[in-house]
Structures are given as structure tokens and as C-alpha cells.
Design a protein around this ligand. Sequence first.
Ligand code: PGA
Length: 254
Amino acid sequence: MKYVIGNWKMNLGIRESIAMARVALRSLQGKEDVPVVVICPSATALSEVRKVVARTRIELGSQNIGPGKAGAYTGELGGTQLQDVGVTYAIIGHSERRQAGEDEAILPKRFAAAFEVGITPVLCVGEPAEIRAGSASAQYVREQVRRALKGVAVPRGKRFLVAYEPIFAIGTGTSASVPHTLEIIEHITAVLLELGFDDVPVLYGGSVNAQNVYSYLREPQISGVLVGSASVQPQEFPGIVASACDVMSAQKDI
Ligand code: PGA
């Protein structure tokens, strides 16, 4: 299975979100072998977007999840609230949240909140340019994975995803090379196994667009893509989904 997750970030009003959700929906029309497509609008648009994607093959995602089901956490979205609005996936630990000062120590609580309400967490990890320049990427990302999953127990029947999103590739127009991505994903998979988690899909994210997406998706070790800017562009996102569908049908033929 491949995953295409669109992270709309702090973009699109309600009407634009509805329109973009329809674009995503149309991109699956008539397709048989489809990836899991998740769109993550801003919280303000979740309930309207839900009306568009309910009972379709598009999943609704949130850009974060609070450190609990409910409670005194100003500015957070509780697990129960997200479940209530039909969210089934939640991005956690995105580098833009980390850069805004979010402490990694909260991530295990976000995992727990997601599992409690049946939402699949998508943990983002990735190194900045200076770490890459110093050839210290693998160690850096391994430690991020360890810290985020500290004490995390995955309940039976639940799962999570990891997205490798190097900071130097996010929003820069310069994606990470496929060999570098594969190398780091191998490390992520290894550290996940050391921690007792197997079969965790690992995605790539960072300046993915309709032109370069296939080079990632065709690699069996890359289970999908987390897409930012191109996911709010009606002329880009369908091409990304189409590539994922192509890879899915090709895999079926093997
Ligand atoms: P980008 O963002 O595709 O705009 O680089 C990816 C992300 O931050 O998830």
C-alpha cells in the first residue's frame, strides 16, 4: 500500500478547502488501485471538508493532535474533538511545530491520545541542513525517533506511520535525493525494529510535486509521500495521486 498525505498547513479558507477536497476526490475517480489519500486541512475547515469526503475513499487528517482526549489545553485539538469531526489520521512532530518551540517530550502523549480514539498518528522526523552537511543525518533521525516513541505502546490493532521530512527539503523546492532518502529510511526502519515496531510504513516528504513523486513512490521502501505546497495546488495534487495509482497497479501485476 502507498500513502499520499496532503498537509495544507495554514492555507485555504473554508470555501477553498471545499474546492480542494473536491479536486482530491476527483483525482480518484475511475481508479481501481488507489493509495490511501489523506487530506489535512486547517482545523477551521475540518467540518466542511468532512461533508465532501464522508463515505468516500479520501481520509480526513489533522495537522496535529492534542496531548489528551480532552481537557485544559488552550489552543490544542483534543482526540475526542478530532474523532467527532471524522479525523482518522493526525500529523505529529512536524518540523514547523518543532521550530515553533514545541517540545518533543509531548509527542508520546500525542501518540497516546491518537491511539485512544482510533486515530492513526503520522510522526514526522528529519534533520536540518547543517546536520546533513556534517554527515550526521542517520544518528540525528534515529534519536528523534527514539525520543518521540519513548514509552509509547501501540495497542493491538492500531498502527502509526513515520514521515521522513528533512528540513532542508521542506518548502524549498529542493527535495532530498532518493539515495539519501533510502539510506535514512533504512535507519528509521532499523531503529523502529530495535524498539519493537515492525511493518511501520515510512513516507518521504519535502518538496514533493507531480514531477518528482514517482521517483520516490516506485521504491518499495518508501511507502508514500507527505506533500505540503503541491497538495493545495489543483494542478499538482491530481498528478501526485495519479502516480501513486500507477505504482499501485504496477505492484498488483508483480
Ligand atoms: P512541502 O512541505 O511539500 O511544501 O515541502 C512538506 C511538509 O512540510 O509536510
